[in-house]
Write a protein that binds this ligand. Structure first.
Ligand SMILES: Cc1cc2nc3c(=O)[nH]c(=O)nc-3n(C[C@H](O)[C@H](O)[C@H](O)COP(=O)(O)O)c2cc1C
Length: 179
């Protein structure tokens, strides 16, 4: 797979599994939680998932869930979380808000510093969704490891490429142990 854009400036991804001090292989675990109310948003979710499974990364485990089906156990299981939301009424989607409401206190004390990434699909804007999620991530003290992707306006194939890169950057970073 040819990697373009932001991923292209990353050092080449090596199959170089991170090791614990005990020399046990680490198999990073990524949780993708995104609402998919339309074919386009399904494509974005799938692109993120594909990106996490870049051909040079063999050691990643992925759980990809609609927000209604994800819970605090999934968050605690994961080494990194990718959140995807549509912008609805100038805010994150109701489904993602419900997810955060359910996981916030069960996770608060145990997930400080968790690597996170965010992508937003907005028909026109996306800024309100971005700000609202960033505020919650800040409360949770999760660490955004790349700038949020705001994908607004008419749907473009470029959005799919950007989501693929977002997934690859997260999984490559976790595998390399740099987060
Ligand atoms: C109830 C509702 C509210 C919406 N509010 C916003 C909004 O405030 N800002 C925005 O940019 N898009 C808004 N949208 C558009 C959605 O973000 C968009 O439909 C969604 O991201 C799916 O995109 P798609 O058309 O590419 O499938 C809204 C859509 C719905 C159904």
């Amino acid at each position: 797979m040819r990697v373009t854009g932001r991923a292209a400036i990353m050092p080449p991804i090596q199959i170089n599994l991170a090791l614990h001090a005990s020399n046990k292989l680490i198999m990073p675990k990524i949780l993708i939680v995104s609402n998919c109310p339309s074919p386009n948003t399904h494509r974005l979710q799938q692109a993120v998932r594909d990106g996490c499974q870049h051909e040079n990364i063999e050691s990643i485990e992925i759980r990809c869930k609609e927000p209604w089906h994800a819970d605090s156990h999934d968050v605690l299981w994961s080494d990194g979380v990718i959140i995807g939301t549509t912008e609805n009424f100038g805010y994150m989607s109701g489904a993602i808000k419900d997810f955060f409401e359910r996981i916030y206190y069960p996770c608060l004390a145990e997930t400080e510093g968790k690597p996170a990434a965010l992508f937003i699909r907005g028909g026109l804007d996306g800024q309100g969704a971005k700000t609202s999620v960033e505020r919650i991530l800040s409360g949770l003290k999760w660490k955004l490891v790349q700038p949020p992707l705001v994908l607004k306006g008419d749907f473009r194939d470029e959005f799919v490429i950007q989501c693929t890169e977002l997934g690859t950057i997260m999984s490559a970073g976790l595998e390399a142990g740099i987060y």
